[in-house]
Design a protein around this ligand. Structure first.
Ligand SMILES: Cc1cc2nc3c(=O)[nH]c(=O)nc-3n(C[C@H](O)[C@H](O)[C@H](O)COP(=O)(O)OP(=O)(O)OC[C@H]3O[C@@H](n4cnc5c(N)ncnc54)[C@H](O)[C@@H]3O)c2cc1C
Length: 424
């Protein structure tokens, strides 16, 4: 609780940025002034949050508006995260949300992490995924499978300043992640890793890497092992991808050439990497659902107010039934995605099974994000298509929701397995 209050206090120290210029009549500017948050406009009975979670939501929303919003377009155009934003995420206590206070974290709930990811995505899905991967994948692996020594060593660094990456995918293993080719061979008290990783989020800025490698290919997936390494051990960035969306979030290929990692850096034991990756990605999917949920709300909140300012045929375009029904449908879909996302998060928190619910939340939220952000461009007409308003960015950013941490087909495969188990 104290840590959550610390988050709230820290947020209030940021000055409010002047995001919409005055004295302008351009449609894009009047559009920017008219934006209100989706949840402010539509309070719902889903808001069954603790005081701490509610305070965190308000604090992250304020931080996102004041500190991140003024930099979103610049970072997108530069295809680079501003280092000041990364620093600010640490200052806000957002990089160790579930980590214990003893290890420098906020000691908050999993739902708090989900709320933070959602609120950040309303403003910038790139910043959101940086926080998401760091918290729900990297920190969680260490909190769940790390030894006390490993937790004492790594969690304070990850809470205070060092960014983390989760390195599973490779050029030849994406959906079939456990066909990975990276090998680890024992050499005295060390392991030597060779291989390459692909599509690794945060890797350009990260210092700490969780790397999945096979220590005994004859055992198949049972040889997969999770190692923790730092960039200065010799991890090389082979290529930084240029992407359609989430362009400020770095995605790189990594070369691991005779990377020497001490045996004490194995997380969870030899051959336990498969179990770690499966379990963590189930949880991580709820984070991506939250990112997509925030994105859909962000796009909705940017476009809808403008439709009540913009007049055609003598009336606000938002008052035409053809448009207002589309907005009503989008509001229903956002609400459904919220229910699925929070249901999955609470089930996880309560120790109930959640793999099916997480897959459903990610699948639906990513579809809703694409649909709503695409429609939002059309609701704003020509200005929606310009880069100035930022709506088109939400749509570009939405495409990734159906790809990473398991494509939509892989989510459907998971859900289908539950159906088959129940009915066949
Ligand atoms: C921006 C970005 C960030 C990423 N970040 C990370 C990261 O931080 N760490 C990491 O390890 N990975 C990361 N990834 C990798 C991501 O998880 C993979 O891209 C994803 O799992 C899909 O793998 P793939 O790209 O090889 O597609 P493929 O597996 O080749 O899939 C291609 C198509 O085939 C379909 N398909 C595949 N198998 C089946 C099947 N059995 N049934 C039906 N359809 C199927 C897929 O749904 C998809 O439509 C990232 C990717 C991107 C683009």
């Amino acid at each position: 609780m104290l840590q959550a209050l610390r988050l709230v206090r820290r947020a209030s120290t940021f000055r409010t940025a002047n995001i919409a210029s005055k004295n302008t009549r351009s449609p894009a500017r009047s559009f920017a002034r008219s934006c209100v948050a989706y949840s402010d406009a539509h309070p719902t009975s889903l808001d069954a949050f603790t005081d701490e979670e509610q305070m965190l939501r308000e604090s992250v929303a304020r931080f996102a508006q004041d500190v991140i919003a003024p930099k979103v377009r610049e970072m997108d155009e530069a295809e680079m995260m501003d280092p000041e934003i990364i620093k600010a995420l640490y200052e806000q206590g957002l990089m160790g949300i579930e980590t214990s206070a003893e290890h420098g974290g906020a000691e908050s709930s999993f739902t708090s992490a989900i709320i933070a990811i959602e609120e950040l995505a309303k403003v910038d899905p790139s910043v959101s995924v940086m926080c998401d991967v760091h918290n729900t994948l990297v920190n969680t692996v260490l909190r769940t499978y790390g030894t006390k020594e490993q937790q004492d060593k790594w969690l304070p660094l990850l809470s205070e300043s060092k960014l983390g990456s989760f390195c599973l995918s490779e050029p030849a293993s994406g959906s079939d992640a456990f066909a990975l080719q990276t090998r680890a061979v024992k050499d005295g008290n060390d392991w030597i890793l060779n291989g390459s990783k692909m599509w690794i989020t945060n890797s350009y800025e990260a210092d700490v890497f969780l790397i999945f490698a096979n220590v005994d290919p004859s055992k198949g997936y049972k040889g997969i092992t999770c190692f923790i390494a730092t960039k200065d051990m010799g991890i090389k960035i082979a290529k930084k991808e240029q992407k359609l969306g989430i362009r400020a979030s770095s995605t790189c290929s990594l070369s691991l050439d005779d990377l020497r990692v001490p045996a004490e850096n194995i997380i969870g034991g030899e051959g336990k990497g498969y179990k770690i990756a499966i379990e963590i990605l189930n949880e991580g999917r709820i984070g991506i659902a939250a990112q997509m949920l925030g994105l859909a709300q962000g796009a909705f909140a940017k476009a809808v107010p403008y439709t009540f300012e913009r007049k055609q045929f003598g009336q606000a375009v938002g008052s035409f039934q053809g448009l207002s029904f589309q907005q009503a449908r989008a509001a229903c879909e956002i609400e459904a995605a919220r229910l699925l996302t929070y249901n999955a998060a609470r089930r996880k928190e309560e120790g109930k099974s959640f793999a099916r619910e997480a897959a459903m939340a990610k699948f639906v939220a990513s579809e809703v994000a694409q649909k709503v952000s695409g429609a939002a461009i059309e609701w704003a007409g020509g200005v929606g298509f310009t880069r100035e308003t930022g709506i088109e960015k939400y749509w570009r950013d939405s495409k990734i929701g159906a790809i990473y941490e398991g494509t939509s087909n892989i989510q459907l495969q998971t859900i289908a397995k539950f159906i088959q188990k129940q009915y066949s």
